[in-house]
Ligand binder design. Structure first.
Ligand SMILES: [Zn+2]
Length: 143
């Protein structure tokens, strides 16, 4: 096959991928977390042989795939932010532990005493006065 043909084929399949992904939700924290938990369950089940764990993993993978390919982006975004605020840092951590660790090293997370909004401050700033972006309450923190 001449080189030009090969390149054209690549471009074509890439274009099809982009076309397919257009208007779909894609991977967010919630679906990544589901996928990672599913992989973890499969690995555990390799040793535990419970079948139940594998079935749960399959359901989680199905749910994750449904989220990634869903065209109702608004509804999925709502679920994602609701899940994140309901579980605190848990989902963000499970979704991408490496990014989570990097984030935790670079920023301090503070919680607004009035509305519970989480605010992040770059580490090493010392004592800071924070204005909550949500309710505009002022509070002191250390970063
Ligand atoms: Zn607030």
């Amino acid at each position: 096959m001449p080189k030009g043909d090969f390149k054209r084929k690549m471009d074509d399949s890439q274009r099809r991928m982009v076309e397919w992904a257009r208007g779909r939700n894609g991977a967010d924290e919630l679906s990544s977390a589901c996928t990672n938990v599913a992989v973890l369950l499969v690995i555990i089940d390799l040793f535990a042989h419970t079948t139940v764990l594998s079935v749960i993993a399959l359901v989680l993978l199905g749910y994750s795939w449904f989220r990634i390919t869903s065209k109702d982006v608004m509804a999925r975004a709502r679920e994602n932010s609701r899940a994140i605020s309901a579980t605190g840092p848990v989902i963000t951590f499970i979704a991408n532990p490496v990014a989570f660790a990097r984030e935790a090293k670079a920023y301090v997370h503070l919680t607004c005493p009035s509305c519970g909004q989480r605010v992040r401050i770059p580490r090493g700033k010392g004592k800071v006065r924070i204005t909550c972006p949500k309710c505009h309450t002022r509070f002191d923190g250390k970063a």
